[in-house]
Design a protein around this ligand. Structure first.
Ligand code: PLP
Length: 414
């Protein structure tokens, strides 16, 4: 049974075809229980009572329906149906975190001797997972430029199985051309995997641009209010059900039902939040660009962004809600002191290392998200000591800029 048929069989009130993403984000789920609840139920159960031994045997053999919650759970299943519908893929599989989604990807698709081509600007733990953890098992990864297609092409080997990209990147918001990478991956018999955490399907649907698999840290915008950890892979049934399903069942990077339920509710407002936070980020970025203390602002919706046009085309005309800016300073030490001063002068923004929250978050990437990289890796990724990342939330935009001004206006003059 294809996922579409399964969704039809299971989804509430037999939704009609052709519904738009905003509608699917609110409506797609398993059918309600016998009580007819309007909000999807939270099923906190590890096992499922079977009607008889024969049915039990069939369900265990086919891995269909519900047997044990490491394998599948109705609340998690509703989330998977909704995610697949929103990404426009046949199926989805939910995981305990974003990193465990990448672990599942690697365990499902790679073996010793295989090769991965990955942007060198991806999330720090993603670099470690490929280079260090899977390096131990004989998988080699070539890290290449986020934006130079020629580097991707030159890195291809006969053993290349996966192209892994993330767009826009954290914290410099570099964009890669998903369609061009998909074509190149397919010519060489590899799969393109896109980490869509930053844009979410509300802005960008990589599968429609040729990506084979879409990966998520649902911890970020999908939750949207910074509560729980979750991840997912979205893609064709033959990979999700036949390749990743059995690995997840065996290894157990399963998503907890409570966390699935929180994300399911978060998805209902995803598109509103993404648009609003993206517009606020552009307003803050414009304000920062006019500040004398700021050397450079990284935000895809600014016309000064080197890939502004590609970003607007690929991301539904929105830049996303993450921006970064670099402070003017004569030395790395002075830059770090200035960044710490601006961060420590805030009274509204949260000093934290997360994003995707309705609360705006300010971060010093060089000592947090990218703190475990070597200095050489950090420089290759372009993360300087004067760089500050801002994940813009839903506070009034003037309160956000006022909060930044506290530190910017009191920096020691150069
Ligand atoms: C946070 C993040 C991850 C890892 O997700 P977790 O849910 O924290 O495990 C992967 N990719 C990107 C782009 C992220 O921002």
């Amino acid at each position: 049974m294809s996922s579409k048929e399964e969704a039809r069989r299971l989804s509430r009130a037999q939704l009609p075809d052709g519904l738009r993403p905003e509608t699917l984000a609110v409506r797609m789920a398993l059918a309600p229980s016998q009580h007819g609840e309007n909000s999807e139920a939270l099923f906190l159960t590890s096992a499922y009572v079977q009607p008889d031994a024969e049915t039990s045997a069939q369900r265990f053999a086919a891995s269909e329906d519900f047997t044990y919650s490491r394998t599948s759970n109705p609340t998690v299943r509703s989330l998977e149906l909704r995610l697949a519908a929103m990404e426009g893929t046949e199926a989805a599989i939910a995981t305990s975190t974003g990193m465990s989604a990448i672990l599942l990807l690697c365990m499902g698709l790679l073996k010793a001797g295989d090769h991965v081509v990955c942007s060198r600007s991806v999330f720090g733990s993603t670099i470690n997972l490929f280079a260090k953890e899977f390096g131990k098992f004989g998988v080699e990864t070539s890290f290449v430029s986020q934006t130079d297609l020629q580097e991707w092409r030159e890195a291809i080997r006969p053993t290349t199985r996966i192209f892994f990209a993330e767009t826009p990147t954290n914290p410099l918001t570099e964009i890669c051309d998903i369609r061009a990478l998909a074509d190149m991956a397919h010519e060489s018999g590899a799969l393109l995997v896109v980490d869509n955490t930053y844009s979410t399907p509300a802005l960008q649907q990589p599968a429609k641009l040729g990506a084979d698999l879409v990966m998520h840290s649902a911890t970020k915008y999908m939750d949207g209010q910074g509560r729980v950890m979750a991840g997912a892979l979205c893609g064709p049934s033959h990979l999700i059900k036949d390749v990743f399903g059995p690995v997840l069942r065996t290894v157990g990077m399963t998503l907890a039902p409570f966390n699935a339920w929180v994300i399911l509710k978060g998805l209902e407002t995803l598109s509103l939040r993404m648009k609003a936070q993206s517009e606020q980020a552009l307003a803050v970025a414009r304000w920062l660009e006019a500040r004398p203390e700021v050397a450079r602002v990284y935000c895809p919706s600014l016309p000064s962004h080197p890939q502004h046009e590609l970003a607007m085309r690929q991301q539904s005309g929105q830049g996303g809600a993450v921006l970064s800016f670099e402070l003017r300073a004569p030395t790395p030490e002075a830059a770090r002191a200035a960044a710490f001063h601006v961060i420590d002068s805030t009274r509204v923004l949260s000093i934290a290392t997360n994003l995707g929250d309705t609360k705006s978050i300010i971060t010093h990437p060089a000592t947090t998200s990218h703190g475990r990289l070597s200095e050489a890796q950090r420089q290759a990724a372009g993360i300087s000591q004067g760089l500050i990342r801002l994940a813009v939330g839903l506070e009034h935009v003037d309160d956000i800029t006022d909060d930044l001004l506290r530190g910017l206006s009191t920096l020691p003059s150069l």
